[in-house]
Design a protein around this ligand. Structure first.
Ligand SMILES: [Fe+2]
Ligand SMILES: [Fe+2]
Length: 189
């Protein structure tokens, strides 16, 4: 049981590494757009689609289950955890608003470049600081809980869902994202 829970924590940390790589890419696109050039909107679209189908739909719910167990089994380590589901919801809302904006641009709508830049960089900053908090504080609390052998940890609720960019060999929907990651020397796909 403990080793499965540890495997899950490894998965969450791996997700963060992958999300950081994609956020780095998003940052590059934003920087490119800030310098007055036209960003690669199809790449932006794939990035935001990835963020909504994996981090929002798989990673955050996995964490929510972990944190619920932490709250349940170790209330002494649960300070501040109440705000996490709201954080996740807020990040998901920012992500889907940004994705909608990019889809609208791709469909021919005129969206101000400055608004897109602001929304994208706001999203990158918000998610980065959330992940940094988890890594420096929340994940360590879970490690502490798992170090205590007397704690039973229920991982039955978890189902491993593959990351569509970093784990699947063939993924037609993320071609540009995969190509950009390969150019950047990242071992995706
Ligand atoms: Fe999270
Ligand atoms: Fe996370």
């Amino acid at each position: 049981m403990q080793s499965e829970a540890r495997a899950l924590m490894k998965e969450l940390r791996e997700d963060h590494r992958n999300m950081s790589i994609v956020l780095e890419l998003l940052d590059d696109v934003v920087e490119h757009a800030s310098s007055g050039k036209d960003p690669d909107f199809e790449l932006l679209d794939e990035i935001m689609r990835y963020m909504t189908v994996y981090p929002d739909a798989v990673h955050h719910p996995k964490e929510d289950i972990m944190y619920a167990q932490l709250r349940d089994k170790r209330p002494d380590l649960a300070e501040g955890l109440d705000s996490v589901p709201d954080d996740h919801n807020e990040i998901a809302a920012m992500g889907s608003a940004l994705r909608d904006e990019i889809e609208a641009i791709n469909a021919g709508a005129a969206v101000r470049r400055q608004k897109l830049i602001e929304d994208a960089s706001g999203y990158v900053n918000r998610l980065r600081s959330h992940m940094a908090w988890e890594e420096r504080d929340l994940f360590k609390r879970i490690d502490t809980m798992l170090d205590d052998e007397s704690q039973e940890f229920d991982v039955a609720k978890f189902e491993h869902i593959k990351d569509p960019v970093f784990e699947l060999e063939i993924e037609a929907g993320f071609r540009r994202l995969l190509a950009s990651l390969k150019r950047a020397g990242q071992p995706a796909g």
